[in-house]
Design a protein. Structure first.
Ligand SMILES: Nc1ncnc2c1ncn2[C@@H]1O[C@H](COP(=O)(O)OP(=O)(O)OP(=O)(O)O)[C@@H](O)[C@H]1O
Ligand SMILES: Nc1ncnc2c1ncn2[C@@H]1O[C@H](COP(=O)(O)OP(=O)(O)OP(=O)(O)O)[C@@H](O)[C@H]1O
Ligand code: SF4
Ligand SMILES: [Mg+2]
Ligand SMILES: [Mg+2]
Lengths: 344, 318, 306
């Protein structure tokens, strides 16, 4: 399905701050800004990738969207309704349409419940269908994630499944209600590279055949490039760059995105590879609260501007927006030709 | 003579349902100053192999056959007190998820010093301290952070400290088991650079274990692709990745997303790994292999030499 | 790890854990001794119905041997002898086993149910509810149960055995609820609970369908320890003269020994109930320790996984 411009998710200047408890020895608690005034749009029918390092606030964003957490400030709309206001029946309806797949398949399935119980639970909660219809729906969901024959899995328990199978069960649980929007929080980060491909292809199937919109959270740019229509790169809770997946990865404009690409192992790349060298060798003191979040590690930064003024998102190419004072044109970086011995 | 020679090594775990053949007929050799990478999916026996080289198999694990020769000395069946003179001093290991195993109540530098004291009690305080300082400098932890507690470290710094600990007794061989799996790409890149530098600078041999091909491809001279307890393809990195011959290696490469070229549909490997308590009699990959023939199901494949630096364990590779 | 699960595809984890736990349990010497002792006491309780059927004079409470009016030692008619008014000590001892089980198990079950419910509720709800419940628990925990029961019974006269059971239960839940609360707190953070929330599950559904099955094993472990303390409290009450005068319990027997001045003159009367109290509490205690060992590695494993 071609992504339309119909929006399904809209974040407007969303901020989330966590207060950590003080330490054992009476240290004062500290505040962690998990998300800092993030604004994003996700279009119906696309896979939108949220990319960032550990602790950058990706999971927090996902949890806000499915309302496991409340934002401190800003607005979140899903399919036109304001998420924080939902209560009672409306909230339950929202739960039918919006689902989440969690990062760790070893933790996201109740060890005491069989696969059938787990996958059919949403149906039971929303009082959908009778026994036979539920069986049919569960079998269908398991089949759609490639667990077949589904009946074989009904009476099994999570500890009898491999990690990849568990994650597929978790996806079946998210799919069984026929949701419109699914948040997939690093569904493969606990799995082997070789098993990840299965999960990726199921996500593609969900978009193409079932018309589900996905917010795909990942730390891997390669996975984002493979799966996503558009991606957003965040760094310590700040949106750095957003645009078409191919555009962002092949012509990254933000020094941080460029640093991420530099750091990837060169495996599978041959011919002209761009090197950007935008990461500072030694970190400099951060700009306290003001200025660019990436200032302390940015090799491009100019002290005067970057440490005193937070860059705002600028549209540098159609649909490609970057939050950097010194973002350059598409020809950034130096092309190097590397030996091409890993062609696959 | 090679630094390490492993020949036909098989390791089994005693379980309630029978012997689990975690490693089966593994052979390889490693010259000093070179690095060897093992790639394979979870459960294929990579950690087991590393533990066996260290003589640290869990109580229900047993070397069923084969030999491990390190500097010409046979390690299989070596008495524990002799093994203790080799372990950590000559062969060291960075354990999987070791960075989470740092003792939270001791300062990191003290933990490294402790590791040195345990193995070289003859050293004086000052000697140990200068060595610890050197180690931290080597792995790139700033001097003023040495005396912090583990929780004050980031993941990358903890991993560096663990590497420092493995280097503490100046071993000749380091086994690094998934040293960067929990780390971010930028930190991972730095640690991999560090590893390569160390190796070139001191001529340490490295066995690098990972389930991520791209990492192993980045660091290692030689690659062993492991599947279900066996090495199925072995050779110089260039050859293995340029002309992969084993169907599993090919399948593995086809399921790996990369950053350039056109985006083609990834092809996941169908099916599940075999049960290693009663492994299939023929090739262990046969029921997932697209090109499996009759012989694959019934007869064990033997090694086929593709080039002097490249071989594969497959019936249809010749 | 999960790969060797292929053979027993349809076994539920409960059953599998039970079987695995059972094999560890019976290998444990403490568990074996405890279980054997407990089976003996169970047999005693079951046999307590027999003597009154043979002859009304063997009724532990009302049956008096017409030929005997004082305490005599063992004989062929009374294997363990009689008490001061000619009642059979053996039948009293057997009836005491029944009462001990009744008191111990029912007080334990009640306190566990209460403790579990409160612990899960406090842990799951958090904030004010948690603080209130746990402060209450603390207050009750520091009250000496025995003393409170003594005061109550001196206020209300003699207490019925069920009232005693109820009071013991009411005073013994806080320990359990603390443990269950801690377990609930860690479970609450687990993604499978959040997954249920995202699916739209209500709080009650989460507590009863997802949290409860995961805390039950721990609750059972605590039950064995609670049985021990309930039996001891009941015995102490009875010995101090605050027991239910309508039932024969071992504590009651000891009180009769003491009150009639036979303490140092009738070892055949003093020793059996004394030994029984020690042994039954010991057996439940050993059972608990053995179960602890069965559960502990699993708890530790789960803790590591987090
Ligand atoms: N419940 C919480 N209490 C306090 N701090 C929290 C909490 N949850 C998250 N944080 C903090 O908020 C920041 C963002 O966390 P988040 O989990 O969203 O990151 P992430 O991008 O998902 O990282 P990862 O890749 O490791 O999953 C982190 O610094 C984290 O420590
Ligand atoms: N102590 C043990 N007893 C029984 N089986 C074991 C034991 N340790 C490991 N195994 C099994 O042996 C196989 C190989 O385990 P190993 O830890 O070597 O795998 P690995 O390749 O390191 O996997 P990973 O990538 O997950 O670390 C696994 O299937 C595992 O279940
Ligand atoms: S705004 Fe300045 S500090 Fe921030 S990324 Fe751009 S150049 Fe670097
Ligand atoms: Mg996360
Ligand atoms: Mg391992």
């Amino acid at each position: 399905m071609k992504p339309t411009t119909d929006l399904i998710l809209r974040l407007e200047k969303v901020t989330k701050t966590y207060r950590t408890k003080g330490g054992r020895f009476g240290q004062a608690g500290s505040r962690v800004v998990a998300l800092n005034r993030i604004s994003l749009d996700v279009r119906r029918g696309e896979i939108f990738g949220l990319v960032g390092e550990s602790g950058s606030g990706k999971t927090t964003a996902g949890r806000l969207v499915v309302r496991l957490e409340e934002a401190d400030a800003g607005e979140i709309f899903v399919a036109g309704t304001r998420v924080p206001e939902l209560k009672g029946r409306r909230l339950k309806q929202f739960r039918r349409k919006v689902q989440m797949v969690f990062q760790d398949p070893y933790q996201s399935l109740n060890p005491q419940r069989s696969i059938f119980d787990t996958v059919s639970e949403p149906l039971v909660i929303h009082r959908m269908g009778n026994g036979a219809q539920r069986r049919e729906a569960v079998a269908q969901a398991l089949k759609s994630v490639g667990l077949s024959p589904p009946e074989d899995f009904f009476l099994r328990y999570p500890h009898q499944l491999s990690g990849g199978q568990r994650q597929r069960v978790a996806m079946a649980r998210a799919m069984v209600l026929g949701p419109e929007f699914v948040v997939a929080d690093e569904p493969t980060s606990m799995l082997d590279a070789s098993i990840s491909a299965q999960i990726f292809n199921i996500l593609l199937h969900m978009r193409d055949k079932l018309g589900v919109t996905l917010l795909f959270i990942t730390h891997s740019l390669a996975a984002a490039r493979y799966l996503c229509d558009r991606i957003a790169v965040i760094y310590r809770g700040n949106l750095m760059e957003v645009g078409e997946a191919g555009e962002v990865i092949e012509r990254p404009r933000h020094p941080y995105t460029q640093a991420l690409l530099d750091a990837l192992p060169r495996f599978g790349q041959c011919g002209a590879v761009r090197r950007y060298n935008t990461l500072l060798g030694a970190e400099r003191p951060a700009s306290q609260g003001v200025g660019c979040a990436f200032y302390s590690r940015c090799g491009v930064a100019q002290r005067l501007l970057c440490s005193t003024q937070a860059p705002s998102l600028r549209e540098l190419a159609p649909g490609h927006r970057v939050a950097c004072h010194y973002a350059e044109g598409p020809e950034a970086g130096t092309a190097t030709t590397e030996a091409c011995f890993y062609a696959t | 003579m090679a630094l390490l020679e492993v020949d036909n090594l098989s390791i089994g775990y005693q379980t309630r349902n029978g012997t689990f053949q975690a490693v089966d007929g593994v052979s390889f050799s490693l010259e000093s100053g070179r690095s060897l990478g093992f790639v394979g999916e979870s459960g294929c026996g990579k950690t087991t192999l590393g533990l066996a080289l260290m003589g640290l198999l869990p109580p229900n694990g047993r070397i069923r056959q084969g030999s491990i020769r390190f500097e010409g000395e046979e390690l299989v069946g070596l008495p524990e007190d002799r093994m203790r003179t080799i372990r950590w001093r000559k062969i060291a290991m960075v354990f999987q998820a070791a960075m989470n195993a740092l003792n939270p109540v001791h300062r990191v530098a003290d933990q490294v010093a402790e590791a040195i004291f345990t193995h070289e009690p003859a050293l004086s305080r000052e000697e140990v301290n200068t060595r610890v300082e050197g180690l931290f400098q080597l792995v790139g932890v700033p001097k003023d952070r040495m005396r912090d507690y583990p929780h004050q470290y980031s993941g990358g710094m903890k991993q560096r400290a663990v590497i420092a600990m493995a280097l503490a007794c100046r071993p000749r061989l380091i086994i690094a088991d998934e040293p960067t799996t929990a780390l971010d790409v930028i930190v991972q890149d730095q640690i991999l650079e560090e590893t390569k530098n160390l190796q070139q600078q001191f001529g340490i041999s490295i066995i690098f274990i990972s389930h991520d091909i791209s990492i192993v491809a980045d660091v290692c001279h030689d690659i062993g692709i492991m599947y279900a307890g066996q090495i199925v393809e072995y050779g110089a990195r260039e050859e293995v990745f340029e002309t992969p011959v084993h169907p599993y290696t090919r399948a593995l490469l086809a399921s790996y997303p990369t950053l350039n070229g056109t985006i083609s549909r990834l092809k996941p490997i169908p099916g599940e790994t075999p049960n290693l308590i009663s492994p299939p009699p023929g090739c262990r990959f046969c029921d997932r292999c697209p090109g499996a023939g009759k012989t694959c199901v019934t007869a064990r494949p033997s090694w086929v030499e593709i080039s002097p630096r490249h071989k594969a364990l497959c019936h249809s590779c010749s | 790890m999960e790969r060797d699960g292929h053979k027993n595809k349809t076994r539920s984890p409960q059953l599998e854990r039970f079987l695995e736990g059972w094999s560890i349990f019976v290998q444990n010497p403490l568990g074996k001794i405890g279980l054997t002792l407990l089976v003996c006491f169970g047999l005693m309780a079951a046999c307590s119905f027999i003597p009154p059927l043979l002859d009304p004079m063997y009724d532990p409470m009302t049956g008096v041997d017409p030929l005997i009016t004082r305490s005599v030692g063992p004989s062929s008619a009374h294997w363990l002898g009689t008490d001061f008014m000619g009642r059979d000590i053996l039948s009293q001892l057997l009836a005491g086993a029944r009462v001990a089980f009744m008191v111990g198990v029912s007080a334990a079950v009640m306190s566990i149910l209460l403790g579990c419910a409160i612990g899960m509720f406090a842990g799951y709800m958090g904030r004010v509810v948690d603080t209130l419940l746990m402060r209450t628990a603390d207050m009750i925990m520091v009250m000496p149960t025995l003393l409170v029961v003594l005061i109550l019974s001196s206020l209300f006269g003699q207490l019925n055995i069920w009232t005693i059971v109820l009071i013991i239960a009411l005073f013994r839940w806080p320990g359990v609820s603390r443990v269950i609360r801690a377990q609930t707190l860690s479970l609450k953070q687990r993604p499978f609970i959040e997954a249920a929330k995202v699916a739209g599950a209500s709080h009650m559904r989460i507590i009863f369908m997802h949290i409860m099955p995961n805390v039950l094993p721990l609750a059972f472990l605590y039950m064995t320890f609670r049985v021990t303390s309930a039996i001891i409290i009941e015995a102490a009450l009875a010995f101090l003269g605050f027991g239910d005068p309508g039932t024969v319990s071992w504590g009651m027997m000891l009180q009769w020994v003491w009150k009639t001045g036979h303490m140092f003159r009738a070892p055949y009367w003093l020793l059996p109930p004394g030994l029984c109290i020690s042994l039954i509490t010991l057996s439940f205690y050993m059972l608990g320790r053995a179960m602890d060992e069965v559960l502990d590695p699993r708890l530790r494993k789960e803790a590591e996984a987090e």
